[in-house]
Design a protein around this ligand. Structure first.
Ligand code: PHE
Length: 371
């Protein structure tokens, strides 16, 4: 390495040219030896480093002592030298370079491949569930997460002040009290309001799967999250019976968990289905023998379902008439079934996840396991 500060005899143009030409040649020679990474950084520090950089030292040594009439041409030369160094740095950083401008772009090198993300286990599971029903001829329906009381409750046969509303732990939007109850906004507590929205838009026959995010005022623990996911199903046509419901869900559970899985239906209650049932599947961990996962019962409860309550069809017809549409959900001619399942639980079972919170943590170390 040559002296940090070359000798400058006087400040005339010829002498400045001589010294700066030398410096520029030195910079160019150094740049040709750069081999990327560390060498580029060393080069940068040598010339532009804040404390020991040669450019700083040069200007400290020369600019102050220069006569007024020479300051301008000295400054121009400093700027040119600095620009030369900076552009060499850019080239070398971009090319990871050799210093030789002719070689900074080697098109024969393999490109830098972008890191490809992976589907979130929840999204993957939701798509799997939806796929099972699509293969049975169902279409996909969607609805908003911010709902009105009408769609989330009233049309689904939850009367005002009915205790069944309490079981939903609703998160409501603030400052809605001045509106009539049915217009007040809330976070949907289930995907069932999309049943109503779909029937207002479409006439029977109807076969729909509705995946989506739902919200409840639940304290978070290993099995509860205030945000979770459901897949809803709705089938409406002439002569739909409870055995259609049983056959459809039995097939879906076998498609999702394997053909050895058995289902059983228990009486239950939902305001919008009658009769209602809870569906259990034989434990996928012990095959039904009984283990810790199924609390030694051999069965795991997975979803709610039932035959669409005629009161729901009535609410739909009434609203359709208000909208100037035909009240085509004639309870003497048509019937239907509906079901709703929690996607998070299914994903947790399928992937052996013990804490629902992990699904919402955004922790890349957790998510990478599913890529
Ligand atoms: N919406 C119900 C719930 O969230 C599930 C359900 C859907 C039950 C459709 C019956 C029919 O608990």
């Amino acid at each position: 390495m040559s002296a940090a500060i070359p000798e400058l005899k006087q400040f005339d143009e010829a002498e400045l040219d001589r010294v700066f030409t030398g410096l520029e040649a030195e910079v160019a020679a150094q740049a040709r030896t750069l081999t990327g990474g560390e060498s580029v950084e060393t080069f940068r520090l040598e010339w532009l480093g804040r404390k020991q950089g040669r450019l700083g030292q040069l200007s400290a040594a020369w600019l102050k002592s220069a006569p007024v009439e020479a300051k301008r041409s000295l400054g121009v030369r400093f700027n040119r030298l600095k620009a030369q160094i900076e552009s060499l740095l850019t080239e070398n950083v971009e090319a990871g370079g050799t210093g030789d401008p002719a070689q900074v772009l080697d098109v024969s090198l393999p490109g830098s491949a972008p890191r490809i993300g992976a589907e979130h286990p929840l999204v993957k599971t939701m798509a799997e569930v939806v796929g099972v029903f699509q293969r049975m001829g169902y279409s996909v329906g969607l609805g908003p997460e911010v709902e009105t009381d009408f769609y989330n409750f009233e049309a689904l046969n939850f009367p005002p002040n009915h205790p069944a509303r309490d079981t939903q732990d609703t998160l409501v939007i603030a400052d809605q009290e001045q509106k009539p109850l049915r217009e007040r906004l809330l976070m949907r507590t289930h995907t069932s309001p999309v049943q109503i929205r779909s029937m207002l838009e479409q006439a029977p026959p109807l076969r729909l799967v509705i995946p989506g995010k739902v919200h409840r005022n639940d304290a978070a623990d290993a099995t509860h999250s205030p945000v979770f996911h459901q897949v809803e199903g709705l089938c409406v046509d002439t002569r739909i019976t409870f055995s259609d419901l049983k056959g459809t869900l039995d097939h879906a559970m076998k498609a999702l968990f394997g053909s050895a899985v058995k289902t059983r239906f228990f009486p239950s209650f939902f305001p919008f289905t009658e009769p209602s049932a809870d569906v259990q599947i034989s434990c996928i961990f012990c095959g039904g023998k009984g283990c810790r996962k199924c609390k030694h019962s051999g069965w795991i409860e997975l979803l709610g379902c039932g035959m669409v309550d005629p009161a729901v069809f009535e609410a739909v017809n009434q609203r359709r008439e208000q909208m100037g549409r035909e009240p085509v959900y004639d309870t003497r001619k048509i019937s239907g079934f509906a079901f709703g399942m929690g996607v998070d639980r299914i994903a947790m079972m399928k992937y052996g996840i013990s804490d629902i919170g992990l699904l919402y943590s955004g922790d890349i170390r957790f998510l990478e396991q599913f890529s």
